[in-house]
Structure formats: structure tokens, C-alpha cells
Write a protein that binds this ligand. Structure first.
Ligand SMILES: [Zn+2]
Length: 191
């Protein structure tokens, strides 16, 4: 995999950004921070949420998760893998259609089903390929999502430890966070 690499300084610290050249106009990418040789690198697989990550929307908790992951990775070393699979893989158009249904009372799972989409359409092949390309194949995984952990293991990666991510609760996303626990099997204490 051919990677374009550059240093990238952010409010969370300086990372190396690595972007593959063979994945089209909207490629996945990695933000990498150096790990001390005696430390297990920390990995966060972050799927794109443009409303949360760019605009800090309170509808979900994605911005808080991203900030928390970048802070921890910057401190301990490791990589954040950013995957371009908006809305758990259903794309921005259907994610926004799902928001309409959620305002009418459906939860995030039933809204996807009502739209004829999967509950979670994400895949982790890009994440696995990027992690292998940057040489991070044994790591501690930052996640509350057991499905993500098992998907990475099935792709041959050595998830040596799982570290929970604290949810960023607010009055608008409480129901969304509870749904993640009750219907998507996430393992944090819902608000
Ligand atoms: Zn989000």
C-alpha cells in the first residue's frame, strides 16, 4: 500500500497522517503517534460522522469520542484509523433520513430498519489493511463495541487489550446512548 505521509499538528498533539493512494477521492487514513518500545500502542477505529466530527452535533457522541481518542493516542502512542463510512455505513443521505425518523420517536436501530438499511453496515477491511501497512498489528483497542473487536480479530489482528471509551452525554443524545447499550451491545454505563 502506497502511503502519503506528513506531520500534522493538532490541538491534541502532533501526529503523522498516512493516506493510501489507491483508495479513490475519499480515502480512509491513519493518524499515528509514536509509541515507546515497551508500550502497547493504542488504536481507535473511528468511522466518519461529519455532523459530529466537523460540526460538534449533540445528536450523537462522536465528537467527544474522537477528542478523547486523539488525546489518549497522543499521550500513549498508537493510531487513529478514520474510515469513511458515515452513519454506521449507510451514508450521509440515509443518516439524515434516519434523523427524521428518530425525531418522530424511532431509535437509531429501528430507523435504519425502516429505511431498508442494515443496523450496522460497516466493514473493517480498510482498517486492517491500514494497520498492517503502518506496522501496528498488536495493540490495545479503544472501543465499547464488541462487534468491532471481534471483526478486527477475524481479520487477523492481535487485539491484546480492550479499553472502554467514556460516552459524552448531553440532554439531546441520552436516548441514542441508551440505544447503543440496549440494542447494539455496547459496553458502557448508559446515562
Ligand atoms: Zn455521530
Amino acid at each position: 500500500m502506497e502511503l502519503a505521509r506528513s506531520l500534522l499538528t493538532t490541538p491534541h498533539g502532533t501526529f503523522t497522517i498516512a493516506v493510501p493512494g489507491d483508495r479513490g477521492e475519499v480515502p480512509p487514513f491513519a493518524l499515528i503517534a509514536p509509541t515507546a518500545s515497551n508500550q502497547l500502542p493504542l488504536v481507535r477505529i473511528q468511522s466518519e460522522c461529519i455532523t459530529g466530527h466537523v460540526f460538534s452535533s449533540f445528536t450523537c457522541d462522536c465528537r467527544g469520542q474522537l477528542d478523547d481518542a486523539l488525546t489518549k493516542i497522543s499521550e500513549r502512542g498508537g493510531a487513529l484509523i478514520y474510515l469513511r463510512q458515515e452513519g454506521r455505513g449507510i451514508g450521509l443521505y440515509d443518516k439524515i433520513r434516519s434523523y427524521v425518523l428518530q425525531r418522530e420517536g424511532l431509535d437509531t436501530v429501528d430507523a435504519n430498519v425502516a429505511l431498508g438499511r442494515g443496523i450496522d453496515e460497516r466493514g473493517y477491511e480498510d482498517a486492517s489493511a491500514l494497520l498492517i501497512a503502518i506496522g501496528v498489528t498488536r495493540f490495545a483497542l479503544l472501543t465499547n463495541n464488541p462487534a468491532k473487536e471481534s471483526a478486527l480479530r477475524e481479520l487477523g489482528l492481535d487485539v491484546a487489550e480492550v479499553i472502554a471509551v467514556p460516552p459524552s452525554a448531553n440532554s439531546l443524545n441520552e436516548h441514542y446512548l441508551r440505544t447503543k447499550v440496549s440494542r447494539l451491545g455496547h459496553t458502557f454505563d448508559a446515562p
